[in-house]
Design a protein around this ligand. Structure first.
Ligand SMILES: *[C@@H]1O[C@H](CO)[C@@H](O)[C@H](O)[C@H]1NC(C)=O
Length: 334
């Protein structure tokens, strides 16, 4: 059955409002690499394991590597278990994200998880960001520490994207909810996107604004991916008509809103682990984007963490690195 674009959204919104209490994600289809993805770059730096259920991406002095979903999706639930490279990883970037930049060069959409490596003994940092319709001059980054070492073991990272909001999860705990507002206009991602996973050399900006570069003495840097889940509405890339929405039953389980108990977990995560929020970055926004709600405690905590960025003291010009998806100021602290 061919559903329209609109039909598909409606489908998902209906699924979303029928909130189920269950947090169980049993029964979600886990894809093999060949069922859902193609290699994007990096020739033999992408290697399949466990009958194609696990993907190893490496970065060495020749190249990084990456893969991309075979389909474009309009809304859905996108997830992977990821184990990051250990030891010295300064300058290394691992990204798990959605984008349509290859189709819409001037007005692309993007939803990002980015992992920024670090020098030995310092933790990986995790960053989320959202762009809509080419809004790359309005960065909406947040950055966090984690309550575990993401290089020690696999942890699940999930992007849930509906017509009305985007939720980022780590191990099923929501860490960020990004709601569509009227003022946002086209800045909320609204065109079909592919899912990507990549590892690459971000020496110029990723760690302390480029101070610590990738050291290939420690290569290859290995990022492992497994439990690949793609649940959503796959759309035809030419006509943008839905060709397949995964069945409502499983989508219902996925598209649940945030339950009160998870909302409180999200609050405590953000209180403990958020180290950067665009909403309080006075070096970039004299007036924060309209969706930002001022929380005095958050402001105070971030200011303590980084008085230059969040204290309204010294200003710099806030020029962004091309396609870095992170301002230099935010990548500054390690
Ligand atoms: C998205 O960008 C295009 C091209 O710049 C523009 O024509 C369109 O109106 C924008 N859409 C929204 C929803 O803002």
């Amino acid at each position: 059955m061919k559903l329209t674009y609109l039909g598909c959204s409606l489908f998902l919104v209906l699924a979303l409002v029928s909130v189920l209490a269950s947090g169980s994600e049993k029964g979600l289809p886990i894809l093999t690499f060949d069922e859902g993805y193609n290699q994007l770059f990096g020739d033999d730096n992408l290697v399949l394991h466990r009958d194609g259920k696990a993907v190893h991406l490496t970065l060495d002095e020749r190249t990084g590597s990456g893969f991309v979903s075979q389909d474009l999706y309009l809304h859905g639930y996108f997830s992977a278990s990821i184990k990051l490279p250990a030891d010295y990883t300064a300058g290394v970037v691992v990204a798990f994200y959605m984008s349509n930049g290859d189709i819409f060069e001037k007005n692309h959409d993007e939803i990002d998880f980015e992992f920024l490596g670090n020098i030995r003994g310092k933790d990986w940092r995790i960053q989320t960001n959202v762009y809509g319709n080419g809004s790359t001059d309005v960065g909406r980054e947040e950055r966090y520490s984690l309550w575990f070492d993401p290089a020690d073991d696999f942890h699940q990272y999930t992007i849930l994207w509906t017509d009305s909001h985007i939720i980022f999860y780590v191990d099923n705990i929501p860490i960020r909810e990004f709601k569509r507002t009227a003022a946002m206009g086209g800045d909320f991602p609204s065109k079909p996107m592919s899912l990507y996973a990549t590892i690459w050399d971000g020496s110029d900006w990723a760690t302390n604004g480029g101070k610590y570069r990738v050291d290939y003495k420690y290569a290859p840097y290995l990022a492992e991916f497994s439990d690949l889940i793609l649940q959503g509405c796959a759309v035809d890339p030419i006509e943008f008509l839905s060709k397949r929405c995964d069945n409502v039953q499983s989508l219902e389980q996925l598209m649940t809103g945030i339950t009160p108990s998870r909302r409180s977990k999200m609050g405590s995560f953000r209180r403990k682990h958020m180290t950067y929020s665009y909403c309080y970055d006075q070096t970039r926004y004299k007036v924060p984007p309209q969706e930002c709600l001022f929380n005095p405690q958050e402001a105070k905590r971030l200011k303590k963490f980084d008085p230059v960025t969040f204290g309204g003291g010294r200003r710099h010009n806030g020029k962004r690195h091309h396609r870095s998806r992170a301002s230099r100021s935010e990548a500054d602290s390690i």
